[in-house]
Design a protein around this ligand. Structure first.
Ligand SMILES: C[S@@+](CC[C@H](N)C(=O)[O-])C[C@H]1O[C@@H](n2cnc3c(N)ncnc32)[C@H](O)[C@@H]1O
Length: 256
C-alpha cells in the first residue's frame, strides 16, 4: 500500500531538522514540495535547501505542486477554509495516484510541526475518506515557530504551574489578559497586540525566526508596541512577506 509521511521540517533553520525527519525524507520515493504564491518563494527555497542538504537517497525525487489561493469572496471564514481544503484534497489525490506506485512512499515537508496551525493532517484524512486511492500515513514531529520564539528570547513558555493559550490575531482581543496570563499569538495579520493597553503586559515578538533575517524584540508591551509595528512594516516592505509570532505575558513565576 502507498504510504505518506507528513514530516515536520522546523520553522526556518535547516538545522531544526531532526534525525527522524531526515531519515523519513530519505525513505520517500517522492517528496511533495508546495510552491505557494510568488511572495512565499522563500519558504519553497528553504524546503529545497533542506532536500539538497539532507536527502542522499538517489531514488528520491521531488515533485513540486501549486497550492491554490484561498477564495474569501461571498463566504464565511469557515466556508472559505473548507472549500480551500476540498481543492487541496483533490490535488493530493491526483499526486498520490499519478506520482506514487501502489507500494510507493511520498512525503510532505510541513513547516514547523504538522500539529500546530497546519491542515496537512486533516487534508490527508479527507483524501483517505474520499477512498479513491488506498494509502496509510505517519506523522513526524518538527520544531515549531513557538519553540523557536521561546529559544530566541531564552524564555520558558509558561509561568510555573500556569496554563498557556495559543491563539490567532483574530481571536486575541477576547482572551488576553482576561483568561490567561500567557498567550502565544500566531497568524496575526492585523497586529492585534497594538490594541491591548495593559501597562503590565510584556511582549516577546519574533519574525523570520530561524532564518538569517530573524528579528526579535521584547519588553513592556506599551513601550515596545510602536517599535514592533515600525520594524514589522519595514521588514514586510523589504522582503515582500512576513511571518511573525509573539507571546504576551502578565505576572511572574510564583505570584499567585
Ligand atoms: C500556518 S502557521 C504554521 C505554523 C507551523 N506549523 C509551526 O509549527 O510553527 C503559520 C504561522 O506560524 C508562525 N510562524 C511560522 N514560522 C515562523 C517563523 N520562522 N518566524 C515567525 N513566525 C513563524 C507565524 O505566526 C505564521 O503566521
Amino acid at each position: 500500500m502507498r504510504h505518506i509521511l507528513i514530516v515536520g521540517i522546523g520553522s526556518g533553520n535547516p538545522e531544526h531538522m531532526t534525525m527522524q525527519a531526515i531519515n523519513a525524507l530519505n525513505r520517500a520515493d517522492v517528496l511533495f514540495i508546495a510552491t505557494k504564491g510568488a511572495n512565499k518563494v522563500e519558504l519553497a527555497d528553504i524546503r529545497r535547501e533542506i532536500v539538497e542538504r539532507y536527502v542522499t537517497n538517489p531514488r528520491t525525487r521531488t515533485v513540486e505542486y501549486a497550492v491554490p489561493v484561498r477564495d474569501t469572496a461571498d463566504r464565511t471564514y469557515g466556508e472559505s477554509v473548507d472549500d480551500w481544503h476540498a481543492a487541496i484534497t483533490g490535488i493530493y489525490g491526483q499526486l498520490f495516484s499519478g506520482e506514487l506506485a501502489d507500494d510507493g512512499t511520498g512525503a510532505f515537508l510541513v513547516w514547523g510541526d504538522p500539529m500546530l496551525y497546519d491542515s496537512t493532517i486533516r487534508i490527508i484524512e479527507r483524501v483517505k475518506d474520499a477512498g479513491e486511492v488506498a494509502f496509510d500515513y505517519s506523522v513526524i514531529p518538527g520544531i515549531t515557530s513557538l519553540q523557536a520564539l521561546c529559544a530566541s528570547h531564552r524564555i520558558p513558555l509558561n509561568l510555573v504551574g500556569k496554563p498557556v493559550e495559543i491563539t490567532t490575531g483574530r481571536r486575541l482581543a477576547g482572551t488576553f489578559p482576561q483568561h490567561n496570563e500567557t498567550v502565544a499569538v500566531m497568524l496575526d495579520g492585523v497586529q492585534a497586540f497594538s490594541r491591548i493597553d495593559d501597562p503590565e503586559a510584556m511582549i516577546y515578538w519574533g519574525a523570520y525566526l530561524g532564518t538569517v533575517d530573524e528579528i526579535v524584540i521584547s519588553g513592556n508591551l506599551l513601550e515596545k508596541k510602536q517599535q514592533i509595528l515600525e520594524t514589522r512594516a519595514r521588514a514586510r516592505e523589504k522582503h515582500g512577506w512576513i511571518m511573525d509570532i509573539y507571546l504576551l505575558r502578565k505576572g511572574e513565576d510564583f505570584d499567585d
